[in-house]
Design a protein around this ligand. Structure first.
Ligand code: KIV
Ligand code: ZN
Length: 406
């Protein structure tokens, strides 16, 4: 394995799901997990098994049906959590229990109301217990970036000595900046006995808009796992966006010479599938997968791009799976153009369904100048909700629109 091999740990189904309006049913999680497998992620955090019956069922079902990536469940440093995670992960081909425990004084005092010594005991006990169930245990000192560095090292050493295989240093509140975050990883590599056998991992939140920059800084400082989500969804301002990390590594191989297992062409289809499941799309100006990410409005830019796309494009849409030749649809577009675009988005409609979708499309086009992909996805979703009988015509046989097949 190359020293520069990066493991992508996707937490869309866990941290991503924690963002308002993003909860998902088990069937939706399984569908997304299969797509994440096609995308080539190394680890899928499928949920927090103890959190609810639904979360338990999701972790178990993903573990049952998705055999490529390692499947992970989150767990507090508590016996009942570890047991629930282990049970949910039983069907997995490769499994991991991810234990988190606060390391910052503010969390220890006000959230957990325990002393540093008690926290160290819990770290030791919980990691040892998890190792009785699985070979692969990740330990996260929560709020690591706001923790006293000496105590952080102490806690990480306890977790490593107890058998943790992956040490994740979360920037839980999105507070750190790149050089500071990088220095935490260097410190661990210097101070932790046995660091050479540990995979260090970054986990960044985007409260200051620095999640991707901080994650890349961690990789440069020796982290080899990066935790992230599709479309950057997650608690509050979200997590580091997987597609942005992957695109940065691709476009700036000269500066970021990392290898990974992702198939970049699956980035856009995965983003689209998530948008459909959670019923909202990323902002139009979102890097890599936003609807404007490859649009050129200014005449001078359009001219430059037509002469040579490299004038204003650092990557081509097709490299990240965005269908080439994205036509802008409006009220003058016909059924054929609509059908073509829907097919590119993965929807295959029968003629009667297309007629109904077209009616709705014209209504939307009348109100807006241009109809974007997210409008089309929401038209499809409205169809499914409002016209249950459409299924009789649908090409999938059971629903009005065949599920997108990237
Ligand atoms: O942000 C965070 O600290 C987390 C942990 C559970 C890893 O999501
Ligand atoms: Zn998080």
């Amino acid at each position: 394995m190359s020293q520069n091999q990066i493991y992508f740990f996707d937490t869309t189904l866990r941290d991503g799901e924690q963002s308002p309006g993003c909860s998902m049913y088990t069937t939706e999680k399984v569908r997304l997990a299969k797509q994440l497998e096609s995308l080539g992620v190394d680890v899928i955090e499928a949920g927090f098994a103890i959190a609810s019956e639904g979360d338990f069922a999701s972790v178990r079902q993903v573990a049952h049906e998705v055999k490529g990536p390692r499947i992970c469940s989150l767990s507090r440093a508590k016996e009942e959590d570890i047991v629930a995670a282990a049970r949910a992960l039983e069907p997995a081909a490769k499994s991991r229990i991810h234990i988190f425990l606060a390391s910052s004084d503010i969390h220890l005092e006000y959230k957990l109301q325990i002393s540093r010594e008690q926290a160290l005991e819990l770290a030791d006990k919980s990691v040892r217990m998890a190792r009785n169930y699985v070979d692969d245990v990740e330990f996260s000192p929560e709020d690591a970036s706001r923790s006293d560095r000496n105590f952080l090292c102490e806690m990480v050493q306890v977790a490593v000595d107890a058998g943790a295989t992956v040490i994740n240093l979360p920037d839980t509140v999105g507070y750190t900046v790149p050089h500071e975050y990088a220095s935490m990883f260097r410190l661990m590599k210097e101070r932790i006995r046995g660091a050479e056998n540990i995979v260090f991992s970054s986990h960044c939140h985007n409260d200051l808009g620095l999640a991707v920059a901080n994650s890349l800084a961690a990789l440069e400082a020796g982290a080899r796992q990066v935790e992230c989500t599709i479309n950057g969804i997650g608690e509050r301002a979200g997590n580091a966006a997987l597609e942005e990390l992957a695109a940065a590594m691709h476009v700036r191989q000269d500066q970021l010479p990392f290898h990974h297992n992702l198939d970049l062409k699956q980035l856009y289809p995965t983003s689209q599938m998530l948008s459909e499941v959670i019923t909202f799309a990323p902002a139009p100006n979102k890097a890599v997968v936003g609807s404007n990410a490859f649009s050129h409005e200014a005449g001078i830019h359009q001219h430059g791009v037509m002469s040579n796309p490299l004038c204003y494009e650092i990557m081509t849409p097709s490299q990240v799976g965005v269908p080439a030749n994205k036509m802008v649809l409006g009220k003058h577009s016909g059924r054929r153009a609509l059908n073509h675009r829907l097919k590119e988005l993965g929807y295959s409609l029968s003629r009667p369904d297309l007629d109904l979708a077209y009616e709705r499309f014209i209504e939307v086009a009348d109100r807006k100048k241009s109809v974007f992909d997210q409008d089309l996805v929401s038209i499809m979703l409205t169809h499914l909700r409002q016209s249950p009988n459409l299924g009789q015509h649908g090409s999938s046989g059971s629903s009005a629109v065949a599920a997108p097949q990237p």
